[in-house]
Design a protein around this ligand. Structure first.
Ligand code: FAD
Length: 361
């Protein structure tokens, strides 16, 4: 069956088809503007039809939208003259029984010129000196709040910080990271040296009808918290999100699902616009019987993700552990292959179009 739907209704229509047990096998632009979805109700997998190339006109529009990098604040505060903010909030994000320490930390920016956008990072300079007696260098942290801040007064910035803890490979002693430990333990009222903001890779397009696929592991949720709060929790005159946001979130245990309550509240309130998928490695099994990592969840939904990527309105974001990239590439390349497409070539094109965004560390 073929359906012709305007972009504004495409995500809604796709979800309706899926709910009814249909399977979307391809989405094609129609007259260079509207896509056509080809649907099969067969439950057995069918080859995905070769997707048509995105028409030049549509491609250009998407690129302009994604490249709307007007007025992006960068390096307002540099390392030689950081802004000294104050911690106003610091609370744990890992529930009892979870692994490690992750804190949500908020700093007061009153009296500074610091502004930022969702998807940017700030630098933190920990106090003290390193092993060579030199002042510590800055560490970057993704901003977890929207440009308006958690208090909605444009005067705060929040971070989601995991305390680095590892065993020294030779001495076997437990080592704690300098800056992450400083931030996780920082008391309310304490000073903090802030630089930045930096980063243009993870910005959110201004398109209200966009499809935003977010793949996060652990603290990689930080920029996506900012996206989701902007989309669903705040009210704006100039941005009323009507598209589809899909978060695929990998964590080791349920107790490690950062911001779980708020995420699930958004999912319950906006079922047509927000989809939440977890990969809980130590509690769920992948089809081979091993641990369920984010790449297994992506593999499970790879055909759907591939189909969504055919629309110039779709942006995919990845944030978190460096190791997550290869597995996700493998997962999506399977779906691309079925379509006769080389994922690495296709991905380069997506990057050129500013639709494939990666920040891993
Ligand atoms: P350090 O004291 O600097 O120790 C780090 C060093 O310890 C490493 O360089 C390595 O030499 C060593 N080391 C680490 N692990 C091991 C190991 N297993 N075995 C042996 N040696 C090891 N972090 C967050 O928590 N939240 C964020 O939102 C976030 N966003 C980031 C965004 C960007 C763009 C980047 C680049 C990084 C981000 N980070 C984030 C990471 C953050 O910048 C720091 O790297 C992290 O907090 C560790 O800093 P630290 O000072 O605590 O560790």
């Amino acid at each position: 069956m073929f359906f012709t739907v305007p972009y504004s209704r495409m995500n809604q229509e796709m979800r309706r088809i899926t709910r009814l047990g249909g399977r979307i096998v391809s989405i094609k632009p129609f007259n260079g503007i509207a896509p056509v979805a080809t649907v099969s109700s067969a439950s057995t997998p069918q080859p995905i039809a070769q997707s048509s190339p995105v028409p030049e006109q549509t491609k250009k529009k998407a690129m302009t939208q994604a490249k709307e990098k007007t007025d992006i604040p960068v390096n307002i505060y540099r390392p030689n003259q950081p802004f000294i903010g104050k911690c106003i909030e610091n609370y744990p994000l890992v529930d009892e029984g979870g692994i490690g320490i992750v804190q949500h930390v908020t700093f007061d920016l009153s009296g500074s010129d610091l502004r930022y956008l969702e998807g940017q990072s700030i630098g933190i300079i920990p106090p003290g000196t390193d092993a060579n007696g030199k002042p510590h260098k800055l560490r970057l942290y993704s901003i977890a709040s929207t440009r308006h801040g958690d208090k909605l007064d444009d005067k705060t910035v929040s971070l989601c910080v995991r305390q680095l803890e590892y065993q020294h490979p030779e001495t076997k002693e437990t080592v704690y990271g300098v800056c992450s430990t400083h931030l996780c333990n920082i008391g309310v009222g304490a000073d903090v040296a802030i630089t930045g903001p930096v980063g243009k890779e993870m910005l959110l397009p201004s398109d209200e009808d966009a499809t935003i696929i977010m793949m996060a592991t652990g603290t990689g949720i930080a920029p996506f918290r900012a996206f989701l709060w902007r989309m669903f929790k705040e009210q704006h005159e100039d941005y009323k999100f009507k598209g589809l946001a899909w978060l695929i979130f990998g964590v080791p245990k349920t107790a490690n699902i950062l911001y779980q309550e708020e995420l699930e509240k958004i999912a319950a309130e906006f079922p047509d616009n927000f989809r939440l998928t977890y990969a809980i490695s130590r509690e769920q099994q992948n089809p081979q019987g091993g641990r369920m990592y984010i790449q297994h969840r992506v593999a499970e939904h790879a055909d759907e993700i591939w189909n969504l990527l055919q629309s110039p309105k779709t942006h995919a974001y990845m944030c978190g552990l460096k190791g997550m990239e290869d597995g996700i590439d493998d997962a999506i390349s399977g779906a691309a292959n079925k379509n006769g497409t080389d994922w690495s070539v296709y991905q380069k094109q997506l990057k050129k179009e500013h639709r494939w965004h990666v920040e891993t560390y």
